[in-house]
Write a protein that binds this ligand. Structure first.
Ligand code: BGC
Length: 252
């Protein structure tokens, strides 16, 4: 299957699974079931590239491929590595993937991809001004998008909150690890958002990540200055945003 004007392929690399699907770029929907392959135990760039190649092959797609990584990505090079092998740091992921796939690849941070997807097709569609997307999962990912333009690699999960990394206070995983109730965890998220709001005045905050499936249990409890919307695309935002970024050549 060759990339048509509206068909793209997005692949989302996570600490436990690598997921991909064909995306209808006209409306941001998936046109196929997601393919999911567990992340190799030794999650080096080379091992992960093999899995990415398997997904591309299974999809039958030929064209530019969008790929997300839980890393800061500067001009194709990974600068950090969250929940994946540390050997990603310093590796030119765009070169590695394009070579392995023999297709053009666009590589970007996972939360940046999710933010682009929500602003283009989801909860941030048509919103003028500054949109901040936050993904609450194992860590906290962030994407800052100003009038549709991404300010890449914001890494706001790592701002300090009461002497600790923000994501160690308020990520989705903290709720499970500490056995917190939704109200207890929501209070932590509110505090984290209020710390963010000292330095940023977004027009909208979009909350996503796995825990946004249960948004009704915690989003109404949030206390912060900025209006909060729930992500529309949940677990598919990374895939959709990656496919969109690849089509638009949105290099970070
Ligand atoms: C990483 C980010 C990533 C986020 C979500 C954070 O720990 O620093 O790069 O976007 O987790 O995966």
């Amino acid at each position: 299957m060759t990339a048509g004007p509206h068909l793209g392929l997005g692949i989302d690399i996570g600490g436990t699974g690598i997921k991909g699907a064909l995306v209808n770029l006209a409306d941001g929907t998936l046109t196929t079931e997601r393919i999911r392959i567990p992340t190799p135990t030794k999650s080096t760039p080379q091992n992960v590239a093999e899995v990415v190649a398997q997904i591309v092959e299974q999809s039958g797609y030929h064209g530019e491929v969008g790929i997300t990584v839980p890393s800061v990505i500067q001009r194709g090079v990974a600068r950090t590595a969250a929940n994946i092998d540390q050997s990603w740091i310093g590796s030119d992921v765009t070169a590695l993937m394009s070579e392995r796939l023999s297709m053009p690849a666009e590589v970007l941070n996972d939360a940046d991809a999710a933010g682009l997807a929500e602003v283009r097709y989801g909860a941030g569609r048509g919103v003028a001004g500054t949109v901040l997307m936050l993904t609450f999962g194992t860590g906290i990912g962030s994407a800052l998008i100003v009038n549709g333009v991404l300010v890449p690699n914001t890494e706001l999960g790592h701002i300090e909150v009461d002497g600790k990394d923000g994501e160690h206070r308020a990520a989705g995983s903290v709720k499970d690890r500490k056995g917190l109730s939704y109200p207890q965890w929501a209070a932590r998220v509110s505090h984290y958002l209020q710390v963010l709001e000292r330095g940023l005045w977004p027009d909208l905050i979009i909350v996503g990540g796995g825990i946004s499936k249960k948004a009704e249990k915690w989003v109404p409890l949030l206390e912060c200055r900025t209006p909060v919307a729930v992500a529309h695309m949940l677990n598919n935002a990374g895939i959709v945003g990656a496919a969109y970024a690849a089509r638009e050549n949105l290099s970070t």
